[in-house]
Design a binder for this molecule. Structure first.
Ligand code: NDP
Length: 449
């Protein structure tokens, strides 16, 4: 008797959970990919014979180290830091660094695993990795952040390199942190190479890199709507977060005629029924990136609603852009969105929808753009930053934006190619299989290793 696909999936997941106990985020990310690719592997037995899925779910290596630094009062402080180098079959490891108290091995393995498929989808030669620390930059002085970054790079530098592993930013790691990290790397390595992306323009960054994840997510949703004959013009949109991804998502929505209604941080969300316009967005960006304040102050400044400790998914709107963190849309939130008639969801954050929430979107057959496809614009422009560094050139803004649009459109087309069922596109399936095929073929080319 041959096993059914469901039984194979259950057996595979049981082995994975046994090998990786206590890592729920990692289990969740693997389950989503395995569910999509298992039937494909059954139809293409060479992948099964080579045990590709099992090989892809074990990182090449995971480095764990101590970061010791001194706070402004002279106290010696200790944090854990990590770099998970997951897979470099198609190019040097590539993926961000996250600084947040919730960072642990499970979170970084989920992000590193996702990154393999996302980077594959961009069509650029980049492997998958992720790293970070449980260090919390919130409430720390510039001097403390600098000392932490320098201390962290004093160990990380020996594991990375422009042809080995190229980190970038993520939650808690923006332009300021990249500057401190790259400066220390350059000093220790005595080499100016493109070993980090997200750099400022003054020292080798790419135009459009800060905007790329948010812009790319909006371009992806635009493609999904366009395929059905729709546009962004006049659509209302919910955005969560008020960081890098959220701010540039709001900006591009405004450029394309949509009306963003919400923004949030870990304390709560604001709902502005008149819409966050260009002036209000500039005020919010200054609040979050310069003054490092809370979104609550937006409600006080512009006299709109603030909901402490809540997320924006109960507000009625046409589109939703979760852009804060993982699992911020659960089953209840997804059900509310669907009930309120949401047309499309573009995941700017990584895995912002729980498994149960994703099932609700899939069952309702809304346009559901999963993170590894929808937010791939950020890493794509990081790849373009590496290319510009390699040829010692800086491309104009319009050129980078055009390339970003083309990459997002190509990713959309790949999702349609592998995810089209009758007239409905299962973008989760499409993204997972399209990402998988390229990686699996590369891994198999190398033989057994
Ligand atoms: P930022 O640190 O710039 O902003 C994160 C935002 O999300 C902040 O508003 C933060 O609020 C909020 N947030 C963070 N953690 C939580 C939480 N546990 N609950 C509620 N809100 C939270 O990060 P980015 O904008 O760079 O990243 C956001 C998401 O996008 C992440 O999932 C990241 O992995 C993903 N991403 C980012 C890319 C990039 O290029 N930066 C590329 C691809 C994906 P507060 O200020 O209160 O902490």
């Amino acid at each position: 008797m041959t096993m059914s696909t469901d039984a194979r999936l259950d057996a595979f997941m049981a082995r994975l959970v046994e090998r990786n106990p206590g890592e729920p985020e990692f289990h969740q990310a693997v389950h989503e990919v395995a569910q999509s690719v298992m039937p494909y592997i059954e139809a293409h037995p060479a992948y099964g014979k080579a045990n590709i899925l099992e090989r892809l779910t074990e990182p090449d290596r995971a480095i764990l180290f101590r970061v010791t630094w001194q706070d402004d009062d002279g106290n010696v402080r200790v944090n854990k830091a990590y770099r998970v180098q997951f897979n470099n079959a198609i190019g040097p490891y590539k993926g961000g660094l996250r600084f947040h108290p919730s960072v642990n091995l499970s979170v970084l393995k989920f992000l590193g695993f996702e990154q393999i498929f996302k980077n594959s989808l961009t069509g650029l030669p980049m492997g998958g990795a992720k790293g970070g620390s449980d260090f919390d930059p919130k409430g720390k002085s510039d001097g403390e952040v600098m000392r932490f970054c320098h201390a962290m790079m004093s160990e990380l530098w020996r594991h990375i390199g422009k042809d080995t592993d190229v980190p970038a930013g993520d939650i808690g790691v923006g332009g300021r942190e990249i500057g401190y990290l790259f400066g220390q790397y350059k000093r220790l390595q005595n080499e100016w190479g493109g070993t980090m992306t997200g750099k400022a323009i003054a020292y080798g960054g790419s135009l459009i890199r800060p905007e790329a994840t948010g812009y790319g997510t909006v371009y992806f949703v635009q493609e999904m709507l366009r395929r059905q004959g729709g546009t962004l013009e006049g659509k209302t949109a919910l955005v969560s977060g008020a960081g890098n991804v959220a701010l540039y998502t709001i900006e591009k929505l405004l450029h394309l005629g949509a009306k963003p209604l919400t923004a949030s941080d870990s304390s709560g969300y604001i709902y502005d029924p008149d819409g966050i316009n260009e002036d209000k967005l500039a005020w919010l960006a200054e609040l979050k990136t310069v003054r490092r304040g809370r979104v609550k102050e937006y409600a006080e400044e512009f006299g709109c609603e603030y909901h402490a400790g809540k997320r924006p998914w109960g507000v009625k709107a046409d589109l939703a852009f979760p852009s804060a963190t993982q699992n911020e849309i659960d089953e209840v939130a997804a059900t509310k969105l669907v009930k309120n008639g949401v047309l499309a969801v573009g995941e700017g954050a990584n895995m912002p929808t729980s498994r149960e929430g994703a099932d609700v979107f899939q069952a309702a057959k809304i346009l559901y753009g999963p993170s590894k496809a929808a937010n791939a614009g950020g890493v794509a422009v990081s790849g373009l930053e590496q290319s510009q560094n390699a040829v010692r050139l800086s491309w104009p803004r319009e050129e980078v934006d055009e390339r970003l649009k083309t990459i997002m459109s190509n990713i959309h087309a790949k999702c349609v190619e592998f995810g089209c069922e009758d007239d409905h596109v299962d973008y989760v399936k499409g993204a997972n299989i399209a990402g998988f095929v390229k990686i699996a073929d590369a891994v198999m080319s190398y033989g057994v290793m």
